[in-house]
Write a new protein. Sequence first.
Length: 681
Amino acid sequence: MNSVIAVTPLPQSGVVKGACPHDCPDTCALRITVEDGRVTKVQGQAEHGSTHGALCTKVSRYAERSYHPERVLHPLKRVSGKQEAPRFVRVGWAEALGDIAARLKAIADPQAILPYSYAGTMGLLQGESIAARFFNKLGASQLERTICASAGGAALAATYGHKVGMHLRFFAESRLILIWGSNSIASNLHFWTFANQAKRAGAKLICIDPRKTETADKCHQHIALLPGTDGALALGLMHELIAHDWLDHDYLARHVDGWQELRERALQWPPERVAEVCGITAAEVRGLARDYGTIAPAAIRLNYGMQRVRGGGNAVRLIALLPCLTGAWRQRAGGLLLSSSGWFAPHKNVDALELPQLRAGRPSRLINMSTIGDALLREAGPEFGPKVEALIVYNSNPVAVAPESPKVVQGFQRADLFTVVLEHFMTDTADLADYVLPATTQLEHLDLHTSYGHTDVLINEPAIAPVGEAKSNTQIFRELAAAMGFSDACFADTDEQLARQAFRDSVDFEALRSQGWWSLPLAEAPFAEGQFLTPNGRAQAGGADFVPNYESARSAPALAARYPLAMISPPARNFLNSSFVNVKSLRDIEGEPLLEMHADDAAARGLADGTMVRAFNDRGSYLCRLAVSARARPGVVNGLGVWWRKLGAGGSNVNEVTHQGLTDMGHAPVFYDCLVEVAAA
């Protein structure tokens, strides 16, 4: 187990084991075909238990991304002003790294330097390994990485002790599956395979989502609640479980703390109250509760869309407690899955990869990535600290994906902000950089991956040499450390040595490399006898409550009078966050940025299908094409994202109108907590 991973020669022809790097719960095992030194095909590994040979349309075309004609292949230096059309010139690596190091050294307070990264790759090596060591050694500000899942993660940790849940494969044996806040067909394809197996065996599938998604089309029932009301629905289900005594009293007594407090709260939410808040019928509440209370095994596939509102953390807590009330955890096909990433925590050795001791006790402030717009526009002060003077962006595209993008753009356009971007393409963020450094794609570097949708560790072997002058993230930060004069031996660690350091001895690297994946040894029904990962082994129910949106007719009636439509911004099916937007074949499928609106709302505004409209509020205005569609429920519009701003109409995207408010738990963004009005463009 302790042997160093050997360097595998790159094949001129053959098949290479890989892993999908993207922010998706499936984390597929890849079969990469190389012919004459060039990747010709990317497929799923048929032998892998959750991939079973199938890939989404996006990743099956991954070679198109790596060989894209617009890929950045050389270091680029900006020669235009930040508010002008971007112009860059090609420079050598030595010149680029030397100049970047000089600019960073000239900053008096290292806390004025900020890394900005997220899940452009989910890899343990190309994510936060050498990069984290570099910023720790530098003493830079630290980034609070919250933009996707931190509300739900904090909620699971508060309830179960960590981000853990049931096994993916056992959904195939469930008799009832609630698909809650997830368009699984588009964003969790391999879960859908198991759900479909259950459906064919007679299971009932119910989709709970404001939007009538492709997944809702395939379920037996769709409950189209208003955005941000999931917690109220969960309390309403609890009310009915209590009223009809569809409870596992023994499980509650032995394995749940805070049940009496939660019981009293739930009894305040009869179906009629829930129906009014959620915008559904009392009959829907009663029917859903009856199904959940009487059909077993019952499983919930929860996803992160529903936690992108002010009360998202509490909503996840309440939904996560439902299987505790009914004792669904007693069976391996019962329970809940939002994230499985916590199962890897005892096996990962994050400190060995990131070496926090390099910070040597120096103070460091924490800046939330979801409020980067405000952070870049803030002056120095005793509460905030020094003004941000330099930004190094990797594995992210904040100008497109961060909320309230008018402020984000304004911040990135500051003439006194020095910005370095590691990228594959000239994204919206790269357009505002001082230097753009060419990074490798997944086909060109070594990496290791865990998952938040299954419980396998995967290895990604490099299939081809870096294209052009591209370098891996690890290599770029090694060379930047050398340019800064950092002589610590840790900056000489190779990717193979990092791979050896990434896990504790419980992971067999020889087996991992030989097969391409390694499965965690876990119980089939992990919480059948309690044993949650909380300090006392009991699920924690105390304090969970419904928290209303910042922006809704009930919580902000004056605002809703001006902007009466709730807007959510679920991902377009053929994009992944802002990745793949520039892949022409995928963009051709999507067509153009769309805003889905119910026919009643369109008629009230005199708007016709296919016309150009603007969705607007006090923060900005978003230009897009209107799709009058049954996928939108009355009172809610769906702005499908996340398009690059420069590829959208009028140089904008849906984040023109989102805001920088944060969730009740986990300091996460509230993308789906947003009121707008829509008018003809």
